[in-house]
Write a protein that binds this ligand. Structure first.
Ligand code: ZN
Ligand code: ZN
Length: 306
């Protein structure tokens, strides 16, 4: 059996989005998909996985809806489905920025100029260009474009308050990038709102860049929000960027701490993983509900009961 994983988003207003989310969930389940979809008044954002046939059926279904006709699906072949269950939830935004005022930020009206992967690649090393990673610490620690500026943020909702730190680049060409492009739609719109003049965004994000520009000059791995955790991007000049948090050797293995209450995302080498039973620290190894480390450091979330 062959499987695929689809990554996509579409900024397009949805009326009665809560009802839409319920109907959409039922549809996804009916064709046997697994994954996670966020539905908001402003659009759709998802990663779904299933057989090649189910994925095709899903794409046909979404693209047939004129609201989502411009959705760009990033398609990966995978060994097994990248999720266990199917979730489709209504939220206030499809990517949480805390900026819900569409009179300030509305990617459908104003956002950075799209750069296709090969255009982005060709501009990467230009002198007057600033490459800005708009993702969070655990993502850019694992991999990022060579020379990219990163921000010390735990979550994308912290991005707006970091903009002041970028004031020195106001007169430069700013090229933003993220995993699949969705954060850049808002990040670049916000930069324009704050007076940055020349703002571009990598269309389709790192994932599409890996497919269409062979990932050139992307260092390390790309963090993804499914049970693959990280994927390879660079087929031209790859390097390992990240180091084991416990011993400092180069590793790009990303795990969750086996202590369910810590659950911290971090990089750890196999040797330290064995020694610390998949925990971030000695302290975490003593937790009474410590989970069994099977070498992957990936744990299916178990919902709280009672
Ligand atoms: Zn180590
Ligand atoms: Zn821990």
């Amino acid at each position: 059996m062959k499987f695929q994983t689809l990554l996509y988003y579409c900024y397009s207003p949805i009326a009665e989005a809560e009802q839409f989310a319920a109907d959409h969930l039922a549809f996804c389940k009916s064709i046997g998909l697994v994954g996670r979809i966020i539905v908001a008044d402003e659009g759709l954002n998802g990663t779904v996985s299933g057989t090649v046939e189910a994925c095709q059926q899903y794409m046909d279904h979404v693209l047939a809806d004129e609201r989502f006709a411009k959705t760009d699906f990033k398609i990966d072949d995978v060994e097994e489905p990248s999720f266990i269950k199917m979730h489709c939830r209504y939220k206030s935004e499809i990517v949480h920025s805390g900026l819900r005022d569409t009179s300030i930020i509305d990617p459908n009206k104003k956002t950075g100029k799209y750069l296709e992967p090969t255009e982005f690649r060709d501009m990467l090393n230009d002198e007057d260009v600033v490459v800005l990673d708009v993702r969070s610490n655990y993502e850019h620690n694992l991999g990022k474009f060579k020379n990219a500026i990163t921000l010390d943020i735990e979550n994308f909702r912290d991005f707006p308050e970091q903009i002041n730190q970028l004031a020195q680049y106001k007169d430069k060409k700013i090229m933003t990038y993220c995993t699949g492009g969705i954060k850049c739609e808002k990040a670049s719109a916000l930069l324009l709102h704050h007076g940055f003049k020349d703002v571009y965004q990598l269309h389709g994000g790192i994932i599409k860049y890996g497919k269409e520009a062979d990932g050139k000059d992307f260092e390390g791995k790309c963090y993804v929000f499914d049970n693959r955790i990280a994927v390879d991007v660079n087929k031209v000049n790859p390097v390992v960027l990240s180091t084991c948090r416990n011993c400092g050797t180069k590793t790009d293995k990303m795990i969750n701490c086996a202590n369910p209450e810590c659950n911290e995302h971090f990089t750890q080498c196999d040797a330290c993983g064995e020694q610390l039973l998949g925990c971030c620290s000695e302290v975490c190894t003593t937790h009474p509900r410590r989970r069994i480390y099977d070498g992957t450091g990936y744990y299916v979330k178990v919902p709280h009961v009672g």
